[in-house]
Structures are given as structure tokens and as C-alpha cells.
Ligand binder design. Structure first.
Ligand code: NDP
Length: 461
């Protein structure tokens, strides 16, 4: 008789947990998976996927403007939020169902419960009055939005989880934060006709991204009607007769029908009983892991946002796959966190891979920059003033391309392909030897020949 109920017990059925569970089960291991909410995790249920549907819905208003510029005339348009949300929920339920089926087909067993570690091999299924034992355990519980407790009236603010289920669209919204979620939802609400104000404590949005990208996006967001207020943060949120007023550190009072906080996410470790199993956390509150995702307990691993490495769905999936390969196929595999491309589904969107100019200047003795800002041909036709930005960061000594940053239509699609070349260590000379595809926005990537110098250093070198 087996010593444990399971060979592997996975806590959390999001992107990382499901991938690891399926791959482990496919080797013949006895795998159990506990999920307290719906199967699919943040990405499918309250993140990437429903967010992208909202982006698609909100982009239509801009497309209607473009249509007019191309000779179309149309009658009044209206947007039915309730119908959209119902359809979105239907699609999310379908996708969640596919996750369940895939787990079952792989032979994994699903348990709908919150799991808590009693010791390194025993998992309590809370509210089920049941315990299971496992030889190995994988923690894949993801992250959760947090709100700062020192803002008076913070209970009035919604977070991204709530934004997917609003009963109706507000007339106006104040969004706090300057990260991925804040800029993406600012674009969504603005595109859907909500008067949108983004307030961020820093000197510009998207800290960590290339400075030209940050400045360019803020400018383009303002052109589309989003009010971007920098260098201030909430002191309090007060309820009023028709909404709320945000009292800001600058002294400004901003009224709005809704306030949303998007000031980061934290690893979801609450109530997991990690201390009972010898699993330590790092200084950010994330589960401490080595390159193979092993925690400080010898039979427990962790993948995805709960480890706060790179908090992106495809990274969690790769970490989950590497774990299964290492532990269940006896093939030590660690995911390489270098050169991971990312997309921000702001409007316009961003695609980015590799080093920012600032990081490159820190790391290399000589850095060459190639930068182009232009109106895409689709826009020039109707006299629009939206601009794209393309920037390449090159090691001036080795000619290696260190970073590629694109802001403009289809930037997330473009960057996926650019990432392959950068990951392979492409040089600028090799990159430039690739013939352009015309007429496209992306062709600009391989036609930039003149080095860029910031205006204060004297235009183009
Ligand atoms: P981010 O970490 O991206 O941004 C958090 C923002 O909140 C920053 O601008 C930060 O400012 C600000 N902030 C932090 N604390 C406070 C505070 N006390 N008061 C005011 N502002 C504050 O978090 P998000 O919630 O936007 O997203 C979480 C993560 O989820 C992302 O980092 C990303 O990894 C992932 N994600 C990825 C998406 C994608 O792939 N497209 C989409 C959405 C999320 P400062 O810069 O000054 O610290």
C-alpha cells in the first residue's frame, strides 16, 4: 500500500498549478489538485483573459472614429455593458470548463476546497473535514490585489477583481496606480466612454519600463482623453451623494462615481499553513524558491506569482512545466527568466523585451540607441495624431541587441517575434540584414540605421 494518498498534491488550479499537475499526472503519478475558487486562476477568471475581452470591447470606440476617417458613416452607437458582461462570463465559464476537462483527461483529481498545510506531507481540506497526504506538494496559489490600509475610506475603492463584475458602467472613475493594471483599465474605461482619471504617485507611469516608452504612453493616453495626474496619491476617499471624492496629497479633490485601486498584487499565502511545513517566505512575503522552484522544505515546490519572480502567466506555465520535468521525469530543468517579453494592453499597447536604455547604460560601457516616433500610415490617412514609438537598445561594443520596445497597434504581436531573435542573441547587423515587410508598422524595426541621441546631446548621431 502506498505511503501517501498522492504522489503530488497541487494547491491552486491556475496557470502554473494546472500545467504542473497535468504534466505530472501524464507520467502516471497520482495527482490531486485543490482549488478554493474557480479552476483557471487569475489569468482565466479575473485577469488576462476577461481583461483582453474588455480591451477588445473598449477599442471599438476608437475603431468607429477611424471608420469615419475612412469614409464610413454610421448611425448612433450604444454599448450594452450588461450584455457584454453576461457574454464574457459565459466564455470564461467555457474556458474554466476546458481546464477542468484537461485535468481530468490527464488523470488528476480535483478537489474544490481551500487547502492548508498541517505538516510537510499533510494537507487539510478546510471546510471539508478531511485530510490528505502527499509525498510531494506544489504551491501555486498566485497573488491577490492589495489596498493600502493607511488611506482613509479605502473600503470604498474597488480592485481589479471587482471591475469584472460591475453592475453598470460608472460615468467617471479615478484609478490609483501607475502599473500594468492601472494603465490597462484606464484604457478600458476611457474607451467605453467613462470619464477617466489616472493618479500615480511617481514622476511617470510604468516604473521599470523604458523611459521613452513611459513618457510616450502617458502622452498617447492623454491624447485619447485620459487625465493622467502624476506625483500625488490618495489621502482619503469620501462618500458623497453621487459617488466619491478622492482627497489627494497635492490638495486636489477629485470627484468620481467610482474609485479603483490598482497599486500592485501580493503573493497569496494567507492561511496556507506554510510555517507548519517549514516553507519560508522572502522579504516581499513571497515563497522563497531556488532555480528549480524548490522551497525551503525538501518535498515542497512553488511556482507562479506566489514566488514573485516574473508575475506573468506564461512564466508560471513554464515554471510549472520545469517543475514537472525535474521532479517527475528526473530531468533537472530550470526556467530561464532572462529575455522574457511582456505586453501591456494599454491603449495604445506596449510590447517590450530585454533591457531598457537605463539598464543597458548601467550594464554596458557603450550603448547605442535607435529610436523612431511616427504616425502610422493608417492614422495619417484620416489626419489623426496618434504616434507609434519603436526603440532598439544595442550594446555598442558587441553589436548585440539588448532591448526592443514598441508602443503602437499590434505591439504585443510584434514583440513575440522580436523576442525570438533577442533570445538567440541577435546582433544589430543581423537584425538589419532582415528584409522589411511593406507596408507595415513593424518594418520600421529593421530600417533604423541612424543612432539616436537625446535632444540635449544633439539630435541624431
Ligand atoms: P504593478 O506592480 O505593475 O504596479 C503597481 C503600481 O502601484 C505602481 O505604479 C506603484 O508605484 C503603485 N503603488 C504601489 N504602492 C502604492 C501605494 N501605496 N500608493 C499608491 N501607489 C502605489 O502592479 P499591478 O497591480 O498593476 O499589476 C501586478 C502585476 O500583475 C504586474 O506587475 C504584472 O506582473 C502582472 N500583470 C501583467 C499584465 C500583462 O501581462 N499585461 C496585466 C496585469 C497585471 P511605484 O511605481 O511608485 O512603485
Amino acid at each position: 500500500m502506498a505511503a501517501y494518498d498522492y504522489d503530488l498534491f497541487v494547491i491552486g488550479a491556475g496557470s502554473g498549478g494546472v500545467r504542473a499537475a497535468r504534466l505530472a499526472a501524464m507520467t502516471g503519478a497520482r495527482v490531486g489538485v485543490a482549488e478554493e475558487h474557480r479552476v483557471g486562476g487569475t489569468c482565466v477568471i479575473r485577469g488576462c483573459v476577461p481583461k483582453k475581452f474588455m480591451v477588445y470591447a473598449s477599442e471599438v470606440s476608437q475603431q468607429l472614429k477611424v471608420a469615419e476617417g475612412y469614409g464610413w458613416s454610421h448611425a448612433e452607437h450604444s454599448f450594452d455593458w450588461a450584455r457584454f458582461i453576461a457574454d464574457k462570463d459565459k466564455e470564461i465559464a467555457r474556458l474554466s470548463g476546458i481546464y477542468v476537462t484537461n485535468l481530468q483527461n490527464a488523470g488528476a483529481e480535483m478537489v474544490h476546497a481551500k487547502a492548508r498545510l498541517k505538516d510537510a506531507h499533510t494537507v487539510e481540506l478546510v471546510d471539508k473535514d478531511q485530510e490528505v497526504t502527499a509525498e510531494k506538494i506544489l504551491i501555486a496559489t498566485g497573488g491577490r490585489p492589495w489596498k493600502p490600509a493607511d488611506v482613509e475610506g479605502i473600503e470604498h475603492a474597488i480592485v481589479s477583481d471587482d471591475a469584472f463584475h460591475l453592475e453598470r458602467l460608472p460615468k467617471s472613475i479615478v484609478i490609483a496606480g501607475g502599473g500594468y493594471i492601472a494603465v490597462e483599465f484606464a484604457g478600458i474605461f476611457n474607451g467605453l466612454g467613462v470619464e477617466t482619471t489616472l493618479v500615480h504617485r511617481g514622476p511617470n507611469i510604468l516604473r521599470g519600463f523604458d523611459d521613452n516608452v513611459r513618457a510616450h504612453l502617458a502622452e498617447e493616453m492623454e491624447k485619447r482623453g485620459i487625465k493622467v495626474i502624476l506625483g500625488c496619491q490618495h489621502k482619503a476617499i469620501e462618500k458623497t451623494a453621487d459617488g466619491y471624492v478622492s482627497r489627494m496629497s497635492s490638495g486636489a479633490d477629485i470627484p468620481s462615481e467610482l474609485v479603483m485601486f490598482a497599486v500592485g498584487r501580493e503573493p497569496y499565502v494567507e492561511g496556507l499553513g506554510l510555517e507548519s511545513a517549514g516553507v519560508e517566505l522572502d522579504e516581499t512575503g513571497a515563497v522563497k524558491v531556488d532555480a528549480y522552484s524548490k522551497t525551503t522544505a525538501s518535498n515542497i515546490w512553488a511556482v507562479g506569482d506566489v514566488t514573485n519572480r516574473i508575475n506573468l502567466t506564461p512564466v508560471a506555465i513554464r515554471e510549472g512545466a520545469a517543475f514537472a520535468e525535474t521532479v517527475f521525469r528526473d530531468n533537472p530543468t530550470s526556467f530561464d527568466h532572462e529575455m522574457v517579453a511582456a505586453a501591456v494592453f494599454s491603449q495604445p499597447p506596449i510590447g517590450t523585451v530585454g533591457l531598457t536604455e537605463a539598464d543597458a547604460r548601467h550594464a554596458c560601457r557603450k550603448v547605442d540607441i535607435y529610436l523612431s516616433k511616427f504616425r502610422p500610415m493608417k492614422t495619417t490617412f484620416y489626419g489623426g495624431d496618434e504616434r507609434c514609438l519603436i526603440k532598439l537598445v544595442v550594446n555598442g561594443e558587441t553589436d548585440q541587441l539588448l532591448g526592443c520596445h514598441v508602443v503602437g497597434p499590434d505591439a504585443p504581436e510584434i514583440i513575440q517575434m522580436a523576442a525570438i531573435a533577442l533570445k538567440m542573441g541577435v546582433t544589430k547587423t543581423q537584425w538589419d540584414s532582415t528584409c522589411a515587410v511593406h507596408p507595415t508598422l513593424a518594418e520600421e524595426l529593421v530600417t533604423m540605421r541612424e543612432k539616436y541621441l537625446p535632444p540635449e546631446l544633439g539630435a541624431v548621431a
